[in-house]
Design a protein around this ligand. Structure first.
Ligand SMILES: NC(=O)c1ccc[n+]([C@@H]2O[C@H](COP(=O)([O-])OP(=O)(O)OC[C@H]3O[C@@H](n4cnc5c(N)ncnc54)[C@H](O)[C@@H]3O)[C@@H](O)[C@H]2O)c1
Length: 408
């Protein structure tokens, strides 16, 4: 067994020791995303395959500056995510340093991003005064803490979903930290650059949908055994702690929010989703939330780990003037430009429906143009916190609960 595998196993063992759950009882398996080992089909993380997409000649990428932003990349876990967005290939970016707690991962991240400076941790990397912005691809429970730490040292923050992990208190702390800093914060919600969601947003903003009456979104990802993760954070994860891929099909379309929720769950037959087998004491593998939206409409958002079959991150919307079910059908005849932004030469649109490169370019552009990034702190928290409250509602048998609101 190589050293990296040893490290992965020991971090999991420490977690299991801490929480008192045995690996044997959970039937844990080694997991690897595309490109790293031998993934079992049912354990691959959906969406990591790159989209083979030709640049649209009618819409060339235009540089907004010739400046290079100095970026640090942190976290190269099971999804190898810090390298997946293409910062290393953007003409306005210099990757000056990388980090992962596990030395072998850190070294590989440096190699694949052609970077020769490494730090043993995010906490050390953010002290580097030369770095302006940090991409955080650490474990989900670390996101709030790591984002706040980077902001404290004056770095713009790009971070993977979710913004916070199950804690409303962390959400408020993060919100205050971003506001106080005056820096850019963007959550990389991949659904926001799906072709359909991007089109929905353009049509919504142009008035072609009116108010949304009803929207529905799903994140279906069958996980009969938990995918490997740092200190085992995916073991028994309450589904609505990971709500942003589905919630984006309302919040990411309108920049609105969910104000109240009633959510139901069903006790799972999957081993790691039994309350005695996970640190969350969670019994739900599927949670279905019904939200009241800030426009007064309704949304049904589903997250499921324990039902095989149809999978993915998707959604549909119905408005007063039109609907979008794979395509627009409605009253508006003159639709706006629905083609997604082009990318600089050398940057691939990448995985999760061609969203990776575009999320990265949007973050970089927001810094260069000193403007709000697409998924700013308010949007990120409105997408994330609504799921946390949804899980609380499910624990109370579907009781209607109010959701904290974030607005910049
Ligand atoms: N579609 C999507 O948007 C999508 C898909 C997959 C994963 N994700 C998100 O991407 C993130 C990464 O996923 P993963 O599966 O690779 O996670 P993981 O748990 O496998 O790995 C996390 C990595 O972060 C490192 N790390 C933790 N604390 C650190 C610190 N202080 N300094 C430096 N490194 C540190 C760990 O050593 C580990 O290698 C997660 O937050 C996940 O939610 C998003």
């Amino acid at each position: 067994m190589n050293k990296e595998k040893n490290n992965q196993l020991s971090s999991r063992r420490n977690f299991l020791k801490l929480t008192g759950f045995g690996a044997a009882a959970l039937g844990l398996q080694q997991f690897s995303c595309k490109g790293g080992g031998k993934p079992a089909p049912e354990h691959t993380i959906q969406g990591l395959e790159n989209v083979d997409e030709k640049p649209d000649a009618s819409k060339p990428w235009v540089a907004v500056s010739d400046r290079k932003i100095r970026v640090g990349l942190v976290g190269y876990g099971v999804c190898k995510f810090s390298a997946a967005f293409g910062f290393q290939n953007h003409p306005n970016v210099e990757v000056v340093a990388v980090s992962d707690l596990i030395p072998e991962r850190c070294a590989e991240l440096a190699k694949v991003t052609r970077c020769n400076k490494t730090y043993p941790s995010l906490e050390e990397l953010v002290k580097d005064k030369n770095i302006e912005a940090v991409m955080i691809s650490t474990d989900a429970p670390g996101h709030a803490r790591h984002s706040i730490e980077a902001l404290k040292y004056g770095k713009h923050v790009a971070v993977n979903v979710p913004a916070v992990h199950g804690s409303l208190e962390d959400a408020d702390k993060l919100y205050e930290a971003v506001k106080k800093s005056g820096l850019k914060y963007m959550m990389f919600e991949t659904s926001c650059f799906h072709e359909d969601l991007y089109a929905m947003r353009q049509i919504y903003n142009a008035g072609g949908l009116g108010k949304l009456i009803y929207s529905e979104g799903e994140y279906y990802h069958y996980m009969p055994t938990p995918i490997d993760s740092y200190k085992g954070w995916r073991i028994g994860l309450p589904p609505q702690y990971y709500p942003t891929h589905s919630n984006a099909y309302y919040v990411g379309v309108t920049d609105g929010s969910f104000t109240e929720v009633s959510c139901l769950g069903i006790p799972s037959i999957v081993d790691h989703l039994k309350p005695g087998n996970n640190p969350y004491r969670n019994s739900f593998g599927t949670e279905i939330a019904l939200f009241r939206t800030s426009e007064g409409g309704m949304s049904r958002m589903a997250v499921s780990w324990d039902s095989p079959g149809d999978s993915g991150e998707k959604g549909r919307i119905r408005g007063q003037k039109g609907s979008f079910y794979g395509k627009y059908q409605g009253l508006e005849k003159n639709l706006p430009d629905l083609v997604r932004p082009s990318l600089p030469p050398g940057v691939e649109s990448g995985g999760h429906g061609g969203s990776h490169g575009r999320l990265m370019d949007e973050f970089v552009s927001s810094i260069l143009q000193d403007r709000k990034p697409l998924i700013d702190i308010a949007v990120a928290l409105n997408m994330t916190v609504s799921g946390i409250v949804a899980h609380q509602s499910a624990l109370r048998g579907g009781e209607w609960m109010k959701i904290p609101q974030y607005k910049l």
